[in-house]
Design a protein around this ligand. Structure first.
Ligand SMILES: [Zn+2]
Length: 76
């Protein structure tokens, strides 16, 4: 399986993981949405599962403008 992390704000690819074993702590299980957890629970071996993360650019923007943390989608 492949875990594909994309930025939830701008949609760019943040990274990929191809874990031999699914380590729930390492993939950020605690911060996943219910929908994402369902995808992981129902994964098949050949599947790519897309998870939402945040890219460096958007992280920087958030650091510079902390008030944006309250907005889920500040970049359209
Ligand atoms: Zn981004």
């Amino acid at each position: 399986m492949t875990l594909l992390y994309t930025c939830k704000h701008c949609g760019s690819e943040v990274g990929r993981l191809q874990p031999a074993m699914l380590d729930l702590d390492k993939i950020g299980w605690n911060v996943l949405s219910m929908e994402e957890k369902m995808k992981l629970i129902n994964y098949r071996q050949d599947q790519t599962i897309t998870l939402h993360s945040i890219c460096e650019n958007c992280q920087q923007l958030l650091d510079q403008h902390p008030q944006y943390h309250e907005l889920d989608y500040f970049i359209q």
